[in-house]
Design a protein around this ligand. Sequence first.
Ligand code: NAD
Length: 264
Amino acid sequence: MVGRLAGKNAIITGAAGGIGLETAILFAKEGASVLLADISEPALEKALAKVKQLVPSAPRLEIRKCDVSKESDVQAMIESLDAWGGLDVIFNNAGIMHARDDDAVNTPEDIWDLTHNINVKGVWFGCKHAVLALRRNKKTRGSVINTASVVALVGAATPQLAYTASKGAVLALTRELAMVHAREGFRFNSLCPAPLNTPLLQDWLGDDQAKRQRREVHFPMGRFGEAIEQAHAVVFLASDEASFVNGSDFVVDGGMTKAYVTAE
Ligand code: NAD
């Protein structure tokens, strides 16, 4: 099969919805073999049916229930790709933004810990076992993409402190791993999406127009981003076209982090 990711074995976490699912569809279209991983098995089954329907020519598609905050789950998931010829690409994308996450005073400690266990430790475990797998399978190239957020780059007066801190940690750890493993040919990049039209944010905003307007006024393009607009960037970072792109905070935000005031 020809395609920008032909011959590559890829894992996507948080693949049952949003950015992860759109990325799974594009990865399959570009010829990758894809393992879709998520904490929700029923959602994964639906996602698999959708990818199969949209990309009947996909070389290999499988699903796996995995809680990224549990190292044993992540290790077993990544090791399972040895039977495919070994991992080439991992998109550590699973993440949560909890409704009770707030400012310094009001964020409960258990919400802080939950958020960091999934958003930070989950990414660390994905990176750790990806490095071990790339080495074990004697790969001379590998691409690791970790989902951060624009809130790791700019402050927001609508606080979700645990989430913001967790995404800052993703940026920092990704940058450092990019330096540690560069001479092995393993690239590490962060994806920084702006607020999107996905359940993670839209369910949280609900019908609250004031809450929406509070955010939309700051978007230079006047709209939320779409998951597929992130997925296109992930395909690039995963592919050999990005062979000299390493350690980047890859921002896909419609210009949001470059704005002072926006057009009326
Ligand atoms: P989403 O809620 O649609 O998808 C996230 C997926 O992660 C879900 O399918 C969920 O079941 C899964 N998940 C949650 N906990 C998990 C765990 N412990 N183990 C494995 N899977 C788990 O959200 P999305 O918008 O596609 O978010 C994907 C990533 O993008 C997240 O890391 C999020 O923080 C980040 N992000 C989202 C936005 C946005 O506005 N939606 C903006 C910036 C960054």
